[in-house]
Write a new protein. Structure first.
Length: 133
């Protein structure tokens, strides 16, 4: 059995908090996985104890239009200009925002098929118009 704790958005934690988490995990006999934005690496490297335990930092690039196409296809939305609209969302807020838009558009569609109008209404409902992300 492999035990670990995952902390997302870890770049928002103070060094003191991250150090405390490291100690708790060491005492519990489990590993600590820190996940977050690109600023996390700099935060983690500022602490010798965390830096010395860093095994494999990974940076993942931003989403590409092909990723949005794949996500749209997964939800059966590769039609009627929907992928192009979702690509605009991804450019402003990444794939997480695209997923949020798809979920809200699906709610708006009810039992029906999601349309471009549903997607645009979801974008507006989530406040993602006018360059917001």
């Amino acid at each position: 059995r492999y035990d670990f704790i995952v902390i997302d958005e870890a770049q928002n934690y103070t060094l003191k908090a991250l150090s405390w988490l490291r100690i708790v995990c060491a005492e519990a006999g489990c590993d600590l996985v820190l996940a977050g934005g690109h600023q996390l690496y700099a935060v983690a490297m500022a602490d010798d104890q965390i830096e010395s335990r860093t095994v494999r930092p990974r940076l993942f690039p931003a989403s590409k239009p092909g990723d949005v196409q794949a996500l749209a296809g997964l939800f059966g939305l590769n039609r009627d200009g929907i992928p192009k609209e979702l690509e605009l969302v991804a450019m402003r807020g990444g794939l997480r925002r695209v997923r949020n838009v798809v979920e809200v558009a699906t709610l708006f569609a009810g039992e029906g098929r999601v349309t471009l109008d549903h997607v645009r209404a979801a974008i507006a409902d989530l406040g993602l118009t006018g360059g917001k992300a």
